[in-house]
Design a protein around this ligand. Structure first.
Ligand SMILES: [Zn+2]
Length: 136
């Protein structure tokens, strides 16, 4: 983009009325970013909707995944601290209550978040999983 965008100048934007990318007139800008435009085709005034390519603000996927792992672990630690009683061995023939600690042979310790019919949602260190139980 070599053209300098200024108020009163032209810019391509998605028109919410025409449902197309069309030429618009810039009506308002805030700190260098276009916020309001007027469609040259239909004359409607709306917020600037830039095209996806113009917006380089997508967080890197690895970073997002790592972050979600950390926050899940924090949730899990909080849940484990709040949980009472000894860890119950996981058995799909048993039924559990919300707040119970389950000791799973593969996933480790988890805290029951909610019970459902024939299963319950358990928060493990890495993520929440649905386990089969005999809950009714
Ligand atoms: Zn339009």
């Amino acid at each position: 983009m070599t053209d300098r965008i200024t108020t009163g100048g032209d810019i391509d934007s998605y028109c919410t009325r025409c449902k197309l990318n069309l030429e618009h007139i810039v009506l308002a800008m805030v700190s260098g970013a276009v916020v309001k435009v007027k469609c040259k085709t239909c004359g409607s005034i709306h917020r600037f909707k830039g095209m996806p390519a113009v917006r380089p603000k997508s967080p890197r996927k690895e970073g997002a995944a790592a972050k979600s792992f950390v926050s899940n672990q924090a949730l899990w630690e909080t849940a484990m601290e709040g949980a009472k009683g000894p860890a119950l061995p996981y058995d799909m023939e048993s039924s559990y209550r919300s707040g119970d600690v389950i000791d799973h042979s593969i996933f480790g310790k988890g805290v029951v978040q909610k019970t459902l019919f024939k299963k319950c949602a358990v928060l493990f260190r890495d993520k929440e999983r649905i386990l089969a139980t005999s809950n009714t």
